[in-house]
Design a protein around this ligand. Structure first.
Ligand code: BG6
Length: 480
């Protein structure tokens, strides 16, 4: 189908993954145990469990991923065939500092990423790198209490400094913390471990306060790392990474509007701090009313202002909807209980609301609020795929999802003037789902023959969406 829009010259089309969801090799090359290594598999009805260390008899899908650690050269060939200009992945912190608090980095881990980046660059694909994508050293959780401990700022800064120096000249675009605002779901032990590195049982008192302290320490760490990166290489572009799910009011009832506004403030203050350099006024007031104590020093405030990000990377999969209730006069937004179905949009098999217009809306909203270039570093459709005997997969549903979303993205750029650096669809090659640990929830243009238990030939084959996306890149978005 031919559309009327085209992206600007130099637009970074590509694909996105994260180390822990595809590398496997969880004990290779001196790698330490990460928080992803203690998360069991689950499915859409059963949440992943967090175990007390690695336990025999449990299933940990991130231990094997899709064996990218050994097979990446073949996968990079396929990315090159797709025409990727960039490839977003993360550096597993545990390959560089296995426990997180060592004095010296692990050379085998550094070499692995040198080789991967060299291979990408050989194919004219630039690496786009997230420093921390749900995969920090587990040792920092058990020994230090995760991000509630200010010592982690130092450990993270050291990790960042090491890789900023090592990969200078190979990487230009960096992001600090993946989906830092997922901590909004602080009452889920899975999210609290994944995003704040805090390990507690469900229902532990004070979880919200712990999250706010952890999140504050993370935004400070991020701001320090932005400044450090610019000193190491002024060319570095260092971004935030926000999970963008715009939250709509269910009706035009002013109370629903206020509830949705507070929900947006609660979910996106992270971006306010990282892009604007200061806390929005409502949040300290909220802490005060709710007896939440967060240690924010004057020095921290200065660091936040001096370490504003260069751009905002974000993921976009879906929109949310909320409504006010009589028992909540202060409009406190608790993500696990305040979301309702939107009657105007459909859902995926995992209940994720499909809303392409929400992408254009979000881009406008962020553009007006944060005044930074944007980078769509995740977008995609998790679905059950059926591989035919000849290896083909007819994923017209995925093509439709991408068509509709890319079109809205193009409108935001062409009609609304949003400055957009690039677009990297999530899970360009099938990988382990972050929320459920399944392989069955597939996103890729490239199919990987592997089931939820890690069984299969691991052979890669092209889905129908492969040729479709290849042409989108070739025509710079003119043909969708
Ligand atoms: C984002 C994460 O939440 O969405 C990815 O940054 C994740 O790590 C992706 O995989 C899709 O979510 P899921 O749960 O379907 O894998």
């Amino acid at each position: 189908m031919t559309e009327q829009y085209k992206m600007p010259e130099g637009f970074l089309w590509g694909g996105a993954v994260a180390a822990h969801q595809l590398e496997g090799g969880w004990q290779e090359g001196g790698k330490g145990v990460s928080i992803a290594d203690v998360m069991t598999s689950g499915d859409k009805d059963h949440p992943r469990r967090v175990t007390d260390g690695v336990k025999q008899g449990e299933v940990y899908p991130n231990h094997w991923g899709i064996d990218f650690y050994h097979r990446y050269p073949g996968d990079v060939e396929l990315f090159a065939e797709l025409g990727f200009k960039c490839f977003r992945t993360s550096i597993a912190w545990t390959r560089i500092f296995p426990n997180g608090d060592e004095d010296e980095p692990n050379e085998a881990g550094l070499k692995f990423y040198d080789d991967l980046f060299d291979d990408l660059l050989k194919h004219d694909i630039q690496p786009v790198i997230t420093l921390s994508h749900f995969e920090m050293p587990y040792h920092l959780v058990t020994e230090y209490g995760g991000w509630t401990n200010k010592k982690l700022i130092g450990f993270f800064t050291k990790f960042a400094e090491t890789v900023f120096k090592r990969y200078k000249g190979k990487v230009k675009y960096w992001m600090t913390f993946n989906e830092i605002n997922n901590q909004t779901t602080w009452d889920s032990p899975h999210h609290l471990l994944q995003d704040s590195a805090i390990k507690v049982e469900e229902g532990t008192p004070g979880m919200e306060e712990m999250m706010y302290q952890a999140a504050h320490n993370e935004v400070v760490a991020s701001a320090k790392v932005v400044q450090l990166g610019h000193q190491i290489d002024p060319e570095y572009q260092i971004g935030a990474m926000i999970a963008m799910c715009p939250i709509y009011p269910l009706t035009a009832n002013p109370k629903d509007i206020m509830m949705a506004e507070r929900a947006m403030q609660t979910r996106y203050w992270f971006g306010d701090v990282q892009a604007n350099g200061e806390y929005p006024s409502w949040l300290p007031k909220y802490w005060e009313r709710n007896n939440i104590h967060v240690d924010v020093t004057d020095e921290d405030r200065k660091t936040l202002m001096d370490g504003r990000v260069d751009y905002v990377g974000f993921s976009y999969y879906m929109s949310f909807t909320t409504k006010a209730t009589d028992d909540n006069p202060d409009y406190v937004y608790t993500e696990s209980k305040d979301l309702v179905d939107n009657p105007y949009v459909e859902k995926s098999d995992w209940g994720w609301q499909i809303d392409p217009v929400g992408l254009r809306y979000s881009m406008n909203w962020m553009n007006d609020r944060w005044h930074k270039p944007l980078f769509i570093v995740e977008n995609g459709f998790g679905a059950y795929d059926k591989k035919e005997n000849d290896g083909s997969v007819h994923d017209d549903y995925r093509v439709k999802y991408f068509h509709d979303h890319i079109l809205e993205m193009e409108k935001a750029v062409a009609l609304d003037g949003v400055d957009l650096i690039g677009y990297t669809p999530w899970g360009c090659i099938d990988l382990v789902s972050a929320s459920t640990g399944e392989m069955a929830k597939r996103y890729g243009f490239i199919y990987v023959d592997e089931d939820d238990l890690g069984h299969g030939s691991l052979e890669r084959s092209k889905k129908d969406s492969f040729a479709w996306y290849q042409n989108v890149i070739k025509t710079n978005g003119a043909e969708l």
